[in-house]
Design a protein around this ligand. Structure first.
Ligand code: AMP
Length: 369
């Protein structure tokens, strides 16, 4: 089946046309500057469609939707009723869901006869037990307003967990895994028996690890302090767009720039790198404790797939769990690799993620079910 995968952001539209029978990516592209050079998502999709090969037959569209709330725990075929429910969810995810909805509306207008599926970043984490998703705040805030941990990057965590079982030659149901999706956004998941039992992002993608521009975990009183001083919108911007690697280093949100600055002697870049890997080690240790064991640690995302230094810092810093880094294998980049000594458990693996491929497969599976 030829599936057009759409990932709509507020000012950009990423797309791939994937043949799910062969796994081949037939076209991929990115339309940027929506709202300025390109009037809206409909125009952006129009532009994207003109780049598809003449032989393309779009048989289905798979939409990446960030937040599925408690309503959506699996990929879902889009109908008018589903769209109404998605609209309601925008109150939970005001920064993330509205662009996806614009993408869905644009696609339905341009391709009215093509079936469409929403694939949710939150869905893989719908298996979190209540003790992992409940915050210690007045219970009504959960029961009446849905304030709980949801978790994100689920498509990626699910994909690399499955691949890890393949690489290890074991049944996913027998494994305790920690998956680290480390890109510009970053999150960890504890995957036990093939299901997510905890994850570091929370009510929004702001919680958890140090990210490119997001703070990750902080004392919530800091958010209150910022909101009192600058107002809530500015406070949100500071924590989501001006913090993390960028805010702490004052250099960049890109780890490659931070390595260069650290090598050149920039103290804050060095501190930023140390804060990031320290938090990663603590997170993996916490999840090993949460699962009472760990069989494998999986690195993915732009940083996880390409940065041997970060991987070495994390794996060597967790030698008490039994990890022995294979330094030579760890130097490889961007390919599936075991980076701990062969045959030893726990293992550490690098597995390139494939979120678009996974969305395409889930779209096809949902429509063929
Ligand atoms: P992603 O969001 O998964 O595309 O990851 C993007 C981030 O990965 C960038 O901001 C960089 O911090 C990091 N990254 C990409 N390539 C490399 C590389 N070769 N070495 C280290 N970090 C990288």
């Amino acid at each position: 089946m030829q599936v057009l995968v759409l990932n709509a952001g507020s000012s950009s539209l990423k797309y791939q046309l994937i043949d799910t029978n062969t796994g081949e990516v037939l076209t991929r592209g990115l339309v940027e500057r929506i709202g300025t050079d390109v009037p809206d998502h409909t125009a952006a999709l129009h532009q994207a469609m003109t780049t598809l090969p003449e032989t393309a037959r779009v048989e289905a569209v798979g939409h990446r939707v960030v937040h599925g709330g408690e309503r959506f725990s699996a990929p879902t075929r889009i109908t008018d009723a589903v769209l109404t429910d998605l609209d309601r969810l925008s109150t939970l995810a005001p920064l993330h869901n509205p662009p996806a909805l614009q993408g869905i509306r644009a696609a339905r207008a341009l391709l009215p006869a093509v079936p469409m599926v929403a694939v949710f970043d939150t869905a893989f984490h719908s298996t979190l037990p209540p003790h992992a998703y409940t915050y210690a705040i007045p219970y009504d805030l959960y029961s009446e307003h849905g304030l709980r941990r949801y978790g994100f990057h689920g498509t990626s965590h699910a994909f690399v967990a499955r691949e890890a079982a393949h690489v290890l030659g074991q049944d996913l149901r027998d494994l305790k895994l920690v998956t680290l999706h480390l890109g510009n956004g970053a999150s960890a998941a504890a995957v036990q028996g093939g299901v997510s039992v905890d994850t570091s992002m929370g009510f929004t993608p702001l919680e958890g690890l140090v990210m490119g521009t997001r703070s990750g975990d902080i004392d919530p009183a800091i958010a209150l302090w910022l909101a009192a001083k600058h107002g809530p919108a500015r406070a949100s911007d500071i924590l989501n767009r001006e913090s993390g690697l960028l805010g702490l280093s004052g250099v960049s949100n890109d780890l490659r720039d931070l390595h260069r600055a650290a090598l050149a002697g920039a103290d804050r870049a060095q501190l930023t790198l140390q804060v990031m890997v320290y938090r990663l080690r603590k997170q993996v240790g916490a999840y090993a404790a949460a699962m009472n064991g760990l069989d494998a640690l999986v690195f993915t995302g732009g940083i996880g797939e390409n940065d041997p230094w970060v991987r070495a810092q994390v794996v060597n810093g967790l030698s008490f769990l039994g990890f022995h880094l294979d330094e030579e294998c760890n130097e490889r980049r961007g390919q599936t690799t075991r980076i701990t000594l062969a045959g030893e458990m726990p293992a550490a693996l690098v597995i390139p993620t494939d979120e678009e491929g996974e969305i395409a497969r889930q779209t096809a599976t949902t429509l063929l079910a």
